[in-house]
Design a protein around this ligand. Structure first.
Ligand SMILES: [Zn+2]
Length: 403
């Protein structure tokens, strides 16, 4: 048994929460771990185990980054310079940059090279306090390249002492150049050929699509969702980044776990998401990089949508690996409250990834949950959302082991 005694222990346990204590913090708390699971959470004074504690100031659940494209290869720094000079993201994409450029990097790399790059990236993320990462494919565009990227993700997923990976197959991201004039054929190929292959090899838990005015339509995404459901794959969607084309109704219809971006979302759309328990995943690094106005947070809040904050780590619109940076931007640029941000990278992020069931609960510290937690060199969770630019982590526990 490992026992950690914290001056302030953030549990995120909803059964302990109140309006004055939304994160269920315990002053002078102990969390005890055994066999990769939490076996005690509570006041130090009530703990009856051996008192050879690891001491910490602030302890939280391990952070969960619920939206990343972390298996990318190459660099798109040239495009960022173009954007700084005023060129639009959509024009860069039309000129063969953007996702097409990342596809070339995936095509040139071997599966082992993609795995090695992802492994190194996840280790850097872990040092920032992240213990679970959703990792999407989506830079292969063609079935064989999507499968290569997903197999590389699966290789890293099998390794120990790294953040837990939740893999998503992002199968409608952009139409590849080779299908430029055969859009319908491309959508059919991804839905009818690629989804079954992904399911057969168990390469992903989720299927994802980029649904927006310049990306894929609601009816194209619907074909993908239908195929995903037929193959017992869960659904998360990119929606509302540049315009609201009504994709929230699609997410509700198919019981998606999460819709992500949401710079553009109607009030009725927000209410529908809340009623259907679809999480709203906010990606402030992307809207910062693109110099976009923030989503209407009050709209989401009023509707009661469960909010998630993620890095969107990708080489184009969010060239960062830092979930803490996303948290800082969520506070300063989006106006989220500290408690909303902390829940958005712990409990809500976990439930948005299906990690809220008895055999695998992540993102909160309750008896039986997976023992992922962070010991911080900080006194209070309000310090977590300051833009440090460096890691403030003292120690990480991943699946019950100090890493
Ligand atoms: Zn994304």
């Amino acid at each position: 048994v490992i026992a950690i005694r914290a001056r302030r222990l953030i549990t995120c346990d909803p059964s302990r929460a109140s309006s004055e204590n939304p994160l269920s913090a315990i002053e002078d708390g102990v969390v005890a771990l055994d066999g990769g699971r939490v076996v005690y959470v509570g006041k130090a004074s009530a703990y009856e185990g051996a008192a050879n504690y690891t001491e910490a100031s602030l302890v939280t659940p391990g952070l969960i980054d619920a939206h990343t494209h972390a298996a990318w290869m190459g660099s798109r720094h040239g495009e960022y310079v173009q954007r700084l000079e005023g060129v639009q993201y959509t024009d860069i994409a039309k000129a063969g940059g953007g996702i097409q450029a990342s596809q070339r990097s995936i095509a040139e790399a071997s599966e082992a090279e993609i795995a090695e790059t992802l492994h190194a990236r996840l280790k850097r993320m872990q040092r920032l306090g992240v213990t679970t990462v959703e990792v999407k494919s989506g830079y292969g565009l063609l079935p064989e390249l999507e499968l290569k990227q997903l197999r590389a993700i699966a290789r890293v997923r099998a390794l120990k002492n790294l953040p837990r990976i939740v893999p998503s197959a992002l199968l409608l991201h952009a139409v590849p150049a080779s299908y430029k004039d055969r859009r319908e054929d491309y959508v059919r190929l991804m839905c009818e050929t690629c989804v079954p292959l992904v399911a057969k090899e168990q390469l992903a838990e989720y299927v994802d699509a980029y649904v927006d005015a310049h990306a894929f339509s609601v009816s194209e995404a619907e074909q993908l969702c239908t195929s995903a459901r037929a193959h017992a794959l869960k659904i998360r969607l990119h929606i509302g980044q540049f315009s609201d084309i009504g994709a929230s109704a699609l997410a509700v219809k198919f019981g998606a776990d999460s819709v992500d971006h949401l710079e553009h979302l109607s009030a009725s759309g927000a209410r529908e998401l809340a009623a259907a328990s679809v999480h709203a995943c906010l990606l402030p690094i992307a809207s910062f990089t693109l110099a976009q106005a923030p989503p209407d947070i009050e709209n989401l809040r009023r509707a009661g949508v469960r909010m998630v904050v993620a890095s969107d780590a990708n080489p184009g619109t969010a060239p960062s690996e830092s979930l803490p940076l996303a948290m800082a931007f969520a506070a300063r640029l989006y106006g989220l409250r500290v408690s909303e941000i902390v829940l958005g990278v712990t409990r809500n992020a976990g439930s948005s990834l299906g990690l809220a069931h008895e055999s695998e609960t992540r993102g909160l510290l309750t008896v039986g949950a997976r023992a992922d937690l962070v010991l911080w060199n900080l006194d209070h969770e309000a310090s977590l959302i300051q833009p440090w630019g460096t890691s403030q982590v003292a120690q990480i526990v991943q699946d019950g082991v100090f890493v």
